[in-house]
Ligand binder design. Structure first.
Ligand code: BTN
Length: 241
């Protein structure tokens, strides 16, 4: 994939910016990347806010023109999580992907991904928004309501934000091509190996509903299969602990 990267000093949300570009021009080039040194209205999953101090973390969104079904969106997010995991592992950070859209170091979040399907004028695509904690300090991490970490905290080294994006893009390219060619089947082995063993105990919170069981595996689109006393339940979204 050819990437076209556009950096902004300050904008609301890179996902929203790409979404607006797509609604103005449904022929938007696949591989368009919007990155921001500061987001004033960064969005997370389930309507949550994404916090990142200015010039500190990597916040960007990538547009992929693809006519894939809505059901295939979660597995694209998983491909992106595998790319980020590989990037961090290369820097000796023991990160692992967590279903459906996070990358963790231990139980601390280092990266969150928000994928959104867009459709306009008969054209469709997916916006993959990635927030990677690069130079977040321990004080900033402590101010977040969930356990968080960063590349700085894990290694003691500060990293350039734009070089981090440049280094990550080729990995995203490779994992996304793998997804384009084979869907979740092409990711299944790596995902299962990196994200933890079948049979591990899980609790899934989706809205107000809490389900407990063990990991039975993943469906053909990467949906989580939870083994419960009532049988196997298919989970498409939620927070897993
Ligand atoms: C989550 O973990 O809830 C997903 C967080 C996704 C954050 C990124 S930062 C770049 C892009 N722009 C946004 O507004 N959100 C995503």
């Amino acid at each position: 994939m050819q990437f076209h990267v556009e950096w902004h000093d300050r904008l609301g949300s890179t996902n929203t910016c790409l979404r607006d570009l797509f609604s103005e021009d449904s022929d938007l080039t696949s591989g368009t990347v919007i990155a921001a040194r500061e987001q004033t209205a960064g969005r997370g999953r389930s309507g949550r806010k994404w916090q990142a101090a200015p010039n500190t973390n990597l916040c960007f969104s990538l547009y992929i023109g693809t006519a894939c079904e809505l059901a295939a969106v979660p597995s694209l997010t998983m491909a992106a999580a595998l790319a980020v995991t590989e990037y961090l592992n290369k820097d000796k950070i023991t990160a692992a992907p967590k279903w459906p859209n996070d990358v963790l170091v231990g139980d601390k979040k280092i990266c969150g991904i928000l994928s959104e399907r867009v459709e306009n004028n008969g054209r469709a695509g997916i916006i993959v928004g990635i927030g990677l904690n690069v130079n977040m300090t321990t004080e900033e991490a402590a101010a977040i309501d969930r356990p968080a970490t960063s590349m700085l905290i894990e290694t003691g080294n500060a990293f350039g934000i734009s070089p981090t994006l440049e280094a990550l893009l080729p990995l995203l390219d490779r994992w996304i091509s793998q997804w384009e060619n084979g869907g979740f089947s092409a990711l299944r082995e790596s995902w299962t190996q990196k994200s933890g063993p079948i049979g591990k105990p899980l609790t899934v919170h989706d809205g107000g509903i809490k389900k407990t069981g063990t990991l039975a595996g993943y469906g053909e689109n990467g949906e989580l299969l939870l083994k419960t006393p009532n049988g196997i339940e298919t989970i498409w979204s939620g927070d897993v602990s």
